[in-house]
Write a protein that binds this ligand. Structure first.
Ligand code: 26W
Length: 843
């Protein structure tokens, strides 16, 4: 078995093979068909794994077995790439990306693609009578995340490896990822997800690198020989953190990083004292309590659960990760005061914000640094990314809970806060009243620790994820802190990895791009702009449209299978795929669907273009309004799809169990991308980028990264509507806006009335009352105010769709002009401005 160090490029006994390694290089992906030898070699390796690692024969092997055998054979190649890497054993600086979520999805095509072995693997399996697509379909999604934040972390990991930036991802190895969504009579039901049920061929368990994480207990004071006082935390309980490493392979296998996910285990599997005393159940109770920490992902990305278990999860992975990187630094460099020169730690939102006091504790209590030195190290090593300004999503923890679970950390937080407030009042920079706004403790709802403020103070840089979001951070939630340090907040607009979201998800479009602008587009997404020259070319347009058509036919098969609904691939595919949330306004889209349905019924002889409305997304299990939105979408689908009067013109489908894999099927098939959040509320969005790259036109508000997408694709190639962020603010200051907007829009009123009269819930007119009460009452998300302009923009879409030449021109220009949204660009910016780490060779 390989040891940790080999894979991590972290070989302590270092120099022995360094020279050999320099001479090895994994060849780039072949542009020519795979050689017979390569196919035979891989075929035999797969057969070997099937027999000796899985104990199966080809005759009895299921797709899942072929998947595991193929993954294991490819994993060997990744290890070879790692051994052949020219990267130094001890890089000058490493990036550590701490995230409670990594929404990875499947890894097979990612690994094959980056190894350049996709065609070889297909041919190797074909020789065994096995279909690669069936094998790939047998891989479960690693759904260790809720949505945007988790998927972003996964894209970043892939880009870091592709740029050869030495990096570790650190997170939690949840036994159960995001729940599986069933839709029964329009109602979401959650079923546990079991991605590990048949093992995980990609990971290496590393028991030898485990460490212990403490909880509870008390803080003792000891007097040192020199008379100084040292505080020592004596936890009441410790939990074992066992790392599981997954290799993260960069494009063309040039570099390999590690994603290290921690699993919680009891220190002792059974309490022998209790066991021998006859208490057999009690003897294992501790074990369940410890192991609960990595049992399941919290399924909400809108409101913090506030449970003690969640705080235990956050501290568990943060502490284990910091202990791990501190140990590595001490082994390699000795003195922890040089940590900022060799490590950059990125906090993905506030979930790992407890890193601020934990790093201080490790440095001061465990390694004997002075408070001043430790604070310097901490604030020059940590950086923090904010992903949301929604007030209900900002994390705070009750002081009482923190004191009980993490007593030493609470002391450190108080001390950081005291020094922070002291220095401000000493310099006369803020009056006593404003101190409350910058304090780490919020005293307005009981005493609570503000995790965003804590992360802000502990970080050298704080970033937002789109230009607008960063500006709003400065003006709203972080305004008081920003005023104290105006250089700290910077923008880093999100990105997506093109390997997954273009090359692997849309091989047809990728081939077309390679033919049109050359193979260098595979290495340099900037080359996509060469497609602009073909935007008007009728022949090219026809081929681009044919690729889309193929993907729409494939999606239609998936939708038929999952919902029974038949989609016409010739229709405009209008998609809204994302978590269900009121601010994302799926309800606005449904209202427009109802209004369109009514309009077609009212004017059946107009030439309505055929449109298919596709929805997919999960609602947090306790988010009742979101679940009701799913129900309404399903109920509208039921009536509309059954009504012969609109057949062939309007079809509605809610596709269950949205996931990374389903996104990979929907995105290349989309004609229209719905990005219609209330302006100012979507921090960035990344689905918007994936859809635009694949040539869907956006209908959207001036929110998040939509604004930057518009700047890149041009005003003529996007449909913008609605209030901007300033308009939203102004409108909210004038109560009664909803009633006025409804009175001014007979179309909106009719749609609301049809829902309220039970038009989609026969015999139960009150079914959607809570949604209607929100929209007609407070309308916090301004659906009523934006409705008419949204309707107008949708009719502009209809008009554009009727002119295919113009439509395909715009689609091609979207693909050509979205290269900037590559997460390689985002990672380069982090590397330069935040981490100050060198981008590796060849990148
Ligand atoms: C504690 C509950 C909770 C959990 C997760 C609150 C908030 C979150 C995340 C911060 C929500 C999230 O995923 N935000 C999304 O982050 C994406 C990546 O930056 C952005 O593209 C999305 O706009 C943003 O909603």
């Amino acid at each position: 078995m390989l040891n940790e160090d080999l894979l991590a490029g972290d070989r302590r006994s270092g120099a022995t093979h360094a020279d050999d390694r320099q001479t090895f290089r994994v060849p780039p992906a072949p542009a020519v068909p795979p050689s017979e030898d390569a196919v035979t070699l891989l075929r035999d390796a797969i057969l070997n794994k099937l027999a000796y690692a899985l104990g199966r024969t080809p005759a009895t092997a299921r797709d899942r077995d072929w998947f595991a055998a193929t993954a294991l054979a490819l994993r060997d190649r990744v290890v070879d790439a790692c051994l052949a890497s020219p990267a130094p054993a001890v890089p000058n600086k490493r990036v550590y990306y701490l995230s409670a979520e990594f929404l990875i999805g499947r890894l097979l095509s990612d690994m094959m693609g980056n190894l350049g072995l996709a065609d070889t693997a297909r041919a190797a399996l074909a020789q065994l009578g096995v279909d690669l697509d069936a094998v790939a379909g047998a891989e479960p999604d690693a759904a260790l995340g809720n949505g945007g934040l988790g998927r972003l972390a996964a894209c970043f990991m892939e880009s870091l490896a592709s740029l050869a930036i030495p990096a570790y991802g650190y997170g939690i190895r949840y036994d159960h990822g995001l729940f599986r969504q069933l839709i029964e009579d329009g109602v979401q039901r959650e079923v546990p997800e079991t991605w590990l049920a048949e093992g995980n061929p990609w990971e290496f368990e590393r028991p030898e690198a485990a460490c212990s994480v403490g909880f509870g207990g008390e803080v003792a004071m000891t007097v040192q020989p020199d008379g100084s006082i040292r505080r020592v935390w004596r936890p009441a309980e410790t939990v074992r953190a066992v790392p599981h490493d997954t290799t993260v392979l960069g494009w063309r296998a040039k570099h390999v990083n590690v994603l290290r996910l921690w699993q919680a285990r009891a220190e002792e599997p059974v309490d022998l004292g209790r066991f021998n005393g006859g208490d057999h159940v009690g003897a294992v109770a501790e074990r369940s309590r410890a192991e609960a920490i990595s049992r399941v992902l919290y399924p909400s990305d809108s409101t913090p659960a506030g449970h003690e278990l969640r705080l235990r999860q956050e501290f568990f992975f943060t502490s284990a990760s910091l202990q791990d990187l501190v140990r590595r630094h001490v082994a390699e460099r000795g003195d922890l005061r040089s940590l900022p020169d060799h490590a950059a730690i990125q906090l993905n939102d506030t979930h790992p914000a407890i890193a601020v006091p934990e790093l201080m504790r490790l440095l001061v209590d465990e390694h004997g640094l002075s408070w001043e030195d430790a604070w310097h190290v901490t604030t020059h090593t940590l950086a923090y990314t904010n992903h949301t300004l929604l007030p209900e999503a900002l994390e705070t923890w009750p002081v009482e809970l923190m004191e009980r679970l993490l007593p030493r950390h609470m002391q450190i937080i108080y001390l950081i806060n005291w020094m922070h407030l002291e220095s401000l009042s000493k310099h006369g920079r803020v009056d006593a009243g404003s101190l409350a706004a910058v304090s780490l403790i919020d005293e307005t709802h009981g005493k609570r620790v503000r995790m965003g403020h804590l992360a802000f103070l502990g970080a050298r840089r704080v970033n937002g994820v789109s230009a607008l979001h960063t500006e709003l951070m400065r003006q709203t939630v972080f305004a008081p802190l920003h005023a104290l340090d105006t250089d700290k907040i910077v923008n880093k607009t999100n990105g997506i990895t093109f390997r997954r979201w273009l090359h692997n998800a849309n091989p047809g479009l990728t081939r077309l791009a390679v033919e049109a602008v050359g193979a260098r587009v595979l290495d340099d997404p900037g080359a996509l702009d060469g497609l602009a020259a073909f935007a008007e070319d009728a022949g090219f347009q026809a081929r681009y449209a044919a690729v889309r058509r193929g993907r729409k036919e494939a999606l239609a098969r998936v939708v038929k299978e999952r919902t029974g609904i038949r989609l016409d691939p010739g229709a405009l595919f209008d998609v809204q795929i994302k978590r269900i949330h009121e601010y994302k306004r799926q309800l606005l889209n449904i209202l427009e669907t109802v209004a369109l349905y009514q309009a077609i019924l009212a004017e059946p002889h107009r030439d309505w273009p055929a449109r298919v409305k596709i929805f997919a997304g999960k609602a947090a299990p306790s988010y009742h309004q979101a679940k009701l939105i799913i129900r309404l979408a399903s109920d509208v689908a039921k009536r509309v799809n059954a009504d012969p009067a609109v057949a062939g013109r309007l079809t509605v489908a809610f596709v269950p169990n949205y996931s990374v894999s389903l996104a990979e099927a929907i995105i290349p098939a989309a004609d229209l991308s719905e990005q219609i959040s209330t302006a100012g509320l979507e921090a960035s969005g990344t689905g918007n980028m994936k859809l635009a790259l694949n040539g869907a036109l956006t209908i959207g508000t001036l929110d998040g990264a939509n604004i930057e997408i518009k700047e890149h694709v041009g005003d003529d190639n996007i449909f913008i509507f609605g209030l901007d962020a300033a308009g939203v603010q102004a409108t909210k200051a004038e109560p009664g806006y909803a009633a006025r907007a409804i009175a001014a829009s007979p179309r909106l009123k009719a749609a609301l009335d049809l829902i309220a009269s039970g038009g989609f819930s026969p015999g139960e007119p009150d079914r959607f009352r809570p949604l209607l009460d929100e929209v007609t009452g407070p309308d916090r998300y301004l659906l009523t105010v934006d409705f008419d302009d949204y309707w107008r923009a949708q009719r502009a879409v209809d008009a554009a769709w009727r002119r295919p030449h113009g439509w395909w021109r715009a689609a091609i220009l979207n693909t050509a002009r979205t290269a900037w949204f590559s997460s390689d660009r985002t990672m380069r910016e982090y590397a330069e401005d935040i981490w100050r780490v060198r981008v590796g060779p060849g990148a």
